[in-house]
Design a protein around this ligand. Sequence first.
Ligand code: MN
Length: 581
Amino acid sequence: MKTLVEKSVLGQAWVLPDCIDFGNQKDFSDDLVKKILTARGITDDKDIEKFLSPTIKEYMPDPFVLHDMERAAHIISDAVMQNKKIAVYGDYDVDGITSTAIFVKFLQSLDVDVIWHVPMRDGDAVDELIKQGAQVLITVDCGISCVNEVEYAKNHGMTVVVTDHHSPDNTLPIADAVVNPKRTDDTSELNYLAGVGVAFLTLVAVNRELRNNLSDDKKRDLQSKINLMDYLDFVALGTICDTMSLVGLNRAFVSAGLKVLDARKNLGLRVLMDVAGVRHASVYVAGFVLGPRLNAAGRLDSAKPALDLLLTDNPLVARALAEKLDQMNKDRIDIQNVIMLGAVAQAEKCCNDGKCSLFVCGDNWHGGVMGIIAGRLKDKYNRPSCVATRIDGVINGSGRSVANVDLGRIIHEALACGIISEGGGHAAAAGFSLMADREQDFTEFLERSVAQQLGENPIVSRVVVDAEIDASGANMNLVSRLSVLAPFGQGNPEPELVLNGAVLQFATVMGNGAHLRGAVKTSMGTTVPFVGFNLVGTPVGDFLLDDANTNTTISMLGKLKDNEYNGRHTAQFMLEDIAVR
Ligand SMILES: [Mn+2]
């Protein structure tokens, strides 16, 4: 890594992978894309070519590479052929409900007697499914750690197929088939899939099995009408909202799925897009417009209305559900904003006390927004942040961490020494619960552990830049050159650029007063317009809005976007930070 800027105006370090060096070149060669990919670890010419054409055809594996898939496909297709009653059991987030939806849709199109269940935030319901006479239980996006529930279902005569993508514990559930790419004995190398990706591959396997074995004319006829590609909008949605890395098969799912979403084939999603006021599908729309609305119900109460929306074919019902979810999302934002005020006040105090970790806790805060708030605090204060709610003597919370602190490890250690009563997670995110009288112990343990992991390294946020170029290169030509890297998202971020030699022309506050826009002049005499969201009130905003800085030469960090206005396309820079060099 080469350090471009040690300390930007926002106090960040800007670093560049060694293999990219465009310096102040005004016209960079065609291998810009190749260099960016190389820096991101895609080095082989063949892999680069494959990356640049993320088609299902190119990426689709044989689903039977997944451990236990053969058994799962057998059980499910047999159940279909023998007209058994099947229950689908999902989770309450977007990944869980999209997984449930594709399974239910598939089975319904085959005239199977299918029932489904998504949990409330608290509570379980295998019993309910048994009472309703289900003979086969299929779990999607969950089940791997439900050892007791699976055993219970088995003891009551059910055949159980678990499909999941969560890391297994030491003991696998005693299901008849357990499809999970994170099983230690799974060799598929598909452990980056979302729950819905695993569910989709299971359907591909079941579909193939049915095609080979169906004898009943009617069912064969029904099966022939199923086009699994129509489900890819759900697969894309679940994959994006579960923040899976958009690499490999996920990249293909998302590319193809966004096209299905854009074709507005699913009634529920189409109406939800209308209610939210968006026309076109994108990773952003899936992750930040549809996702929060579909998640809102599960966060506040039960995911049922969201799942109902995905499954309905009644336009009036769809409209009512979409409006309900939209309202629930507004309620969620209100709840979140109130809690955020309290959380920020506590966090400021931690920072003033010189702490390198944040633990904030409130009485009866809504548990459904703890993770979101922890993420916000982490971004705002650049410290590992835990946010928790205290209800009836018990504290439940979520944490989010910065790049150089493994929070999951800390939570596991806290569990091992009995400070917390439950907990788990990975480096960047974790969940935990403890008795209220251990709050002080946990706060101290967290601070000590974070300090230990940081050692001598102070917390400096570091931005990895994809390319440094002369500002004159920031034009539509570059936008279209970089667009071959899309779809962008988790694991495949939009290229982060540094524009050098930009001479500030003007900057002005826009919108509600939080954002600003302006323009710079380049060495070639061209102008590059920029916008900066939430920069007013930051050191960058102060610098740009100060008239004394007009005509200063700056380096700008951000992303170059296509800005369409009245049918005209121009390159616009989304400014995030600046440096004066
Ligand atoms: Mn999931």
